[in-house]
Ligand binder design. Structure first.
Ligand code: G6Q
Length: 550
């Protein structure tokens, strides 16, 4: 539709990359490694205990220089600076983009519209500390005087995915006597299954909604409020409901005491909000000191991103390699595979971060783009996914660049589980890169004692093209600090790509149309009238639903 394979960017650096691609497209990584025994050392970067090995990517020095030239041409250093200094880079909504201020540990002021935002951020952090401590130590009790041990976060999208992912990633640091639950889906099952397990006297509901108008969240919150009031009465609400929002008026209207509200602000986008009040359930689960470590880790990555030259800047390098595949190899997908059970929700979190930020078709100057923007991101935890979609990664006709993420040390060093896991992740990167030629496969079959006919029959099936790229992010261990670094890394990678594609990574207007239409269809599901003129498919489906539900 938008000529996605045409690469209609005509700048100097872009054109250079088009010709670099022609020169380089057939080069095999195997040969690059064979020709240069320092390749890995050259193409490895480190921040604290996080290492990026990007050597198993399809590039050489010249390609890298051209990619960096593109970043300079797109004024990435200036763009980074404009985010950190509070420029209104969210142009469609005329807002600053200051999730970085939420983890600013420097004591420096951060301005938005000429106002230092740090005092209000620190005030809410203090309120979060006091409240999370009080819940954890049983000082803030339920209405009947019992300790609140079941914490339910009700939110969706950015008000859910970050907290879910972090609470799971840091499960090892969670208080043993506190259980965290998350209700996001409007499907009544989400609510019912969780409420069935809970005792109202020991349950705290956190209603997480930036706007406090989201239909899923408000519907779920109302159901839970009714459930609590039925059991304990209206007076119990103050002891069992808190709100995280930018919209005080709606919080009050809903019936939550404004003293129980934790504020955040328009300069924090939903998918960038886990560092804000939206992180309250994280604080309660892991304790405020650990939450601060999460912020500190993110701050360490922010400082790396803000100050390192582009050639040594991890988010920038990852972003540029993504652009190289997306816009020059025309590979519009990539996979993120954490080899860590606790990180299994990371791909879902990154899906929103990346695809909601850069799944855009209009540039920052209000033109439809003529080149590909955000790719499709998918993933899952290794080694599980080795037994599902890895077949396609190794032998399919589609090349899929992969990010492998793995901690060297596990929280559960049971037997030799972790060595097996580590050997697998390292083998996958090597296998994707090296592959196995038809001749090598034949040789192997021959050595295994297969007949000439069998070798002929099987050698192609057993071959691997190789030359398939991957990054490896090796962390010492997954803790609050390293997780903070990791998340901030991806936030900044997405930022750099958005700036190179010249899109606004900070709105999400693409989620609106379906929502509007759902509001029209809702009353049509009951009764016999139609408020809207539907296509014949939607019309027939509405009628079929009505019939089934009669
Ligand atoms: C994220 C989006 C979106 C948002 C949800 C929930 O960047 O803005 O995922 O977080 O739609 O919105 P509320 O927090 O306003 O309920």
């Amino acid at each position: 539709m938008f000529g996605l394979n045409k690469n209609k960017q005509n700048t100097k650096a872009w054109k250079k990359l088009v010709s670099e691609y022609k020169r380089f497209k057939k080069v095999e990584m195997r040969d690059l490694f064979a020709a240069d025994n320092k390749r890995a050392a050259k193409y490895t970067l480190r921040v604290n205990d996080l290492i990026l090995d990007y050597s198993k990517n399809r590039f050489d020095e010249k390609v890298l220089a051209s990619l960096l030239a593109l970043a300079y041409e797109r004024k990435i250093p200036e763009k980074i600076n404009s985010m950190f200094t509070g420029d209104k880079i969210n142009i469609t909504e005329k807002r600053s983009v200051l999730h970085v201020a939420l983890r600013n540990r420097s004591g420096r002021a951060v301005l938005s519209g000429g106002q230092d935002v740090m005092p209000q951020i620190n005030e809410v952090l203090l309120k979060m500390k006091k409240f999370s401590d009080a819940v954890r130590y049983g000082e803030f009790k339920g209405y009947t005087g019992k300790k609140l041990t079941n914490i339910v976060n009700i939110g969706i999208g950015g008000s859910d995915l970050g907290p879910v992912m972090v609470c799971e990633a840091l499960r090892k640091y969670c208080a043993k006597d506190i259980n965290c639950y998350f209700i996001s889906n409007i499907d009544g099952t989400a609510c019912a299954e969780i409420l069935n397990k809970l005792d109202p006297e020991t349950t705290l509901f956190i209603i997480a909604s930036k706007t406090f108008t989201t239909i899923e969240t408000l519907t779920n919150a109302k159901t839970c409020r009714r459930w609590l009031v039925n059991a304990l009465g209206e007076h119990a609400v103050d002891k069992h409901f808190v709100a995280l929002s930018t919209n005080r008026e709606e919080v009050v209207k809903f019936g939550i005491n404004p003293d129980n509200m934790f504020a955040f602000w328009d300069f924090v986008g939903g998918r960038y909000s886990l560092w804000s009040a939206i992180g309250l359930i994280i604080c309660i689960a892991i304790g405020f000191e650990n939450f601060e470590k999460l912020l500190e880790g993110a701050y360490a990555m922010d400082e790396h991103f803000r100050t390192e030259p582009l050639a040594e800047n991890i988010p920038v390098i990852m972003a540029l390699l993504g652009i190289w595949y997306n816009n020059f190899f025309n590979i519009h997908r990539y996979a993120v595979i954490p080899y860590d059970q606790y990180l299994r929700f990371l791909p879902a979190y990154l899906q929103q971060l990346d695809m909601e930020s850069n799944g855009k078709s209009v540039d920052r100057e209000n033109n439809f783009v003529k080149y590909a923007t955000g790719p499709v991101l998918f993933g899952g935890a290794g080694t599980d996914v080795q037994h599902s979609f890895f077949q396609l990664l190794h032998q399919g006709t589609e090349m899929v660049p992969v990010d492998f993420i793995v901690p060297a040390i596990s929280h559960n060093e049971i037997g030799n589980h972790h060595e097996i896991l580590l050997s697998n992740v390292l083998a996958q990167g090597e296998a994707l890169m090296k592959g196995k030629t038809v001749a090598e496969a034949a040789e192997e079959l021959h050595k295994a004692g297969k007949s000439k006919e069998e070798v002929e029959a099987l050698k192609k099936y057993k071959s691997f093209s190789g030359n398939r790229p991957s990054n490896t992010l090796l962390l010492k261990k997954i803790d609050a600090f390293s997780l903070g670094m990791l998340i901030a890394l991806y936030e900044h990678k997405v930022f750099v790509q958005g700036m190179i594609w010249n899109v606004n990574s900070f709105d999400q207007m693409g989620v609106e149309l379906g929502k509007q239409m759902a509001l029209k269809i809702l009353p049509e599901l009951e009764g016999t009238y139609f408020a809207d003129k539907h296509d014949s498919s939607t019309l027939a489906l509405i009628k079929a639903v009505r019939k089934f539900r009669k």
